[in-house]
Design a protein around this ligand. Sequence first.
Ligand SMILES: [Zn+2]
Length: 335
Amino acid sequence: MPLPKAELHLHIEGTLEPELAFELAARNGVELPYADTDELRKAYQFEDLQSFLNLYYELMAVLRTEQDFADLADAYLARAAAQGVRHAEIFFDPQAHLARGVSMGTVVEGLWRALGTSESVHGVSTKLIMCFLRDESAASALQTLEAAKPYLDRITGIGLDSAEVGHPPVKFREVYEAAAALGLRRVAHAGEEGPPEYITEALDVLGVERIDHGLRCMEDPALVERLVRDRVPLTLCPLSNVRLRAVDVLAGHPLPAMLDAGLLCTVNSDDPAYFGGYAGDNFAAVRQSLGLTEERLRELARNSFLASFLEDDEERRARYLAEVEAYEFGSPDAL
Ligand SMILES: [Zn+2]
């Protein structure tokens, strides 16, 4: 039995496996420039961030209908459940779909077909977080929030993702203020490739409650002190960091130092179809490469539920936390 955990940093578009990409392409009459799944799987071995993003956006062309989004989310939830995920707070990128002529309603209602039944089908509770692409304009983010207004009963919070450098959090002040006024929770990617100042700015200007990635906080001791004091969760994605070269090798990942510093770290999969593994795979990888003890692994699992947006259901959070405390570690490969 895998370690019970919450996944808090997961882009649903990044869960598109080659087999499903071909299935949806055939269903929708979309031509993919790859002969078969083997050839496509080779393309998943991208060289850098840009080649990853190119493929990521290219493959989104197969997502057209509500059922496509439902199938995508359902496939993720099945895999996540098999790796011990009990609760998932799932990112989606509406601008990437709106730009292709796919409506907000198609995306949200499609995802909801899977999320709304996830608990009974997969035993995974879920929340949905709408992300803005930070390399798009602030005006586009505001329009996207406007387009989402009819669906806010489905959406728990907002986030900020895609290429970080050159797009500081302050660019999105207005849309974060508007989202806060609507009662939405706020997170943002910061300090992955961007500097530690972006983390401070995300906290001070955008009022975020969690930092996605946040690795580079380690360059600023005063910031680390603040994150520890205020118990600001960081959603780390170790395998993603290696694939996108934020760290050279997994054995050099700062996760142990971050835990030693007292930071509230969590382990997540980011874009698992592309980065070599789902949540449990990330746990197993850090256990193996970083030599984390069972108590450290339990701490990471505990943190994931403490950092979840489960304030509307504290009973559920307590139940999940009890599962973590009762967990008995078995095979080192299954986490
Ligand atoms: Zn991410």
